[in-house]
Design a protein around this ligand. Structure first.
Ligand SMILES: [Fe+2]
Length: 429
């Protein structure tokens, strides 16, 4: 177990760093500039990745001397909101790269020698997995910064695979209890724990995320101009911000992905819509967003065995045929591209492609206990944030499980978020 955990941690840390290196392989001006007030300068993310790794793995787990104990405050996300980060005396590009390299060398040495048992922080390599997930989460954030960046394209990737399956429209998920969350996944974060039983009434859920073509019908039908489909808060936001189409669409059938303007793929899931837009579309379509419990039941519940799987396709880690993850492709794949990743009931593309907005606020599960620190998720619990599920093309497998919970403000659209719809089952269905 310990050898496996070490090898897995080393591989996941390596993959995260390779990704961070690609995302920060741009000129100094691009690294230090703030591309949007919503985002940090890329060079802040880079040194923050190293600083969190130093705090948790070098100082706490490894009990080593600090590499730099003078910069902790600069890279504390709670001390400085994103908009103010460019004005801080940040490490420059060369210093930041050298810092993360020094920290990583020490961490690989610590990973070779430290016992991975005897304390909850290190059991099964948890702290190393937490830090690999943290780096990958910032890699997705940096990818979103690239999407907001102007200028010549800096990233390239092959297109996603084509559609090879007809996925149908919706499936019935029969009512009854299922196991939500996990107590067994060694690197699951505090908010995914503990496993607990939830009784979910019968419902229908779309077999795929809402596509660009479907979303365009909502726009063409005047969906953005009709307050009937919007919550009062959503309508106020839409009017105030002048929203009339997804972010990065130009209104002429084209959109921009990472500096390349191209025709919108009608068969791909819509992306860069906020919660309010997703909820308005669902209302217009006579449907609703799924709750978080419904989403997870559709993704994990195996009606034959009654068990909850790790992923829709089973317990195996995500492979290339299962899901569009890990920034292998820089956009969502068309619906029907991943039949091998479907759930037992035939729900497709729950993992990868786009984060999916749910109707649920972000709360702790019954029996929740903050670990290893309150700021990881507990301070975000409440009615301010909505839960997103499933991961996007920008999410790495290490930070994406059937139980993984993301959260964001309902107005956010720079993230790689889309949605699918659900509806109550009518009597006799
Ligand atoms: Fe962070």
């Amino acid at each position: 177990m310990s050898t496996d955990a070490r090898a897995r941690a080393a591989a996941d840390l390596l993959r995260a760093r390779a990704r961070s290196t690609i995302l920060t392989d741009v000129g100094d001006d691009d690294l230090t500039r703030q591309h949007s007030p919503l985002m940090s300068p890329l060079v802040w993310d880079l040194a923050h990745i190293g600083n969190q790794e130093e705090l948790w793995l070098v100082r706490d787990v490894g009990r080593r001397e600090p590499v730099r104990d003078d910069i902790d405050r600069l890279y504390d996300a709670f001390k400085h909101p994103r908009a103010t980060r460019p004005s801080l005396p940040l490490l420059g590009p060369g210093e930041a790269r050298a810092y993360v390299r020094t920290v990583r060398d020490k961490v690989l040495d610590i990973l070779d020698t430290v016992p991975l048992e005897g304390a909850r922080l290190v059991d099964g390599g948890f702290a190393f997995g937490m830090i690999a997930q943290h780096e990958q989460q910032h890699d997705e954030t940096m990818l979103a910064t690239h999407q907001l960046r102007e200028g010549d394209p800096a990233l390239t990737a092959p297109p996603p695979p084509p559609s090879i399956a007809d996925v149908g429209r919706e499936v019935l998920v029969p009512g009854g209890p299922f196991t939500m969350g996990t107590s067994a996944e060694p690197w699951a974060l505090d908010n995914e724990r503990p496993a607990h039983e939830v009784d979910v009434a019968s419902f229908h859920i779309d077999t795929a995320p809402v596509t660009n073509a479907q979303y365009a019908v909502f726009i063409d039908d005047g969906g953005y101009l009709d307050p009937r489909w919007w919550s009062p808060e959503g309508w106020h936001h839409r009017v105030h911000k002048g929203l009339v189409r997804p972010m990065h669409w130009h209104g002429d059938g084209t959109c921009t992905h990472f500096g390349v303007r191209a025709p919108i793929d009608p068969a791909a899931p819509v992306v860069h819509v906020c919660y309010h837009e997703a909820a308005a579309y669902a209302a217009w379509a006579g449907r609703r967003l799924p709750t978080e419990a419904e989403w997870e039941k559709a993704a994990r519940h195996d009606p034959e065995t009654g068990r909850s799987r790790r992923y829709p396709w089973g317990d195996a880690d995500p492979g290339e045929a299962h899901a569009n993850l890990g920034q292998r492709h820089l956009r969502p794949a068309p619906v029907g591209a991943y039949p091998a990743g479907a759930s037992p009931l035939g729900v497709h593309q729950l993992i990868g492609d786009v984060w999916e907005w749910t109707s649920s606020d972000f709360h702790g599960y019954p029996g929740f206990a903050a670990f290893p620190y309150r700021e990881y998720s507990e301070v975000f619990f409440g009615t301010e944030y909505k839960v997103l599920r499933g991961g996007s093309f920008g999410t790495d497998a290490v930070a994406c499980r059937g139980t993984f919970r993301n959260w964001d403000l309902p107005v956010r659209r720079q993230i790689f978020a889309g949605f699918r719809c659900a509806r109550d089952a009518r009597e006799g269905e």
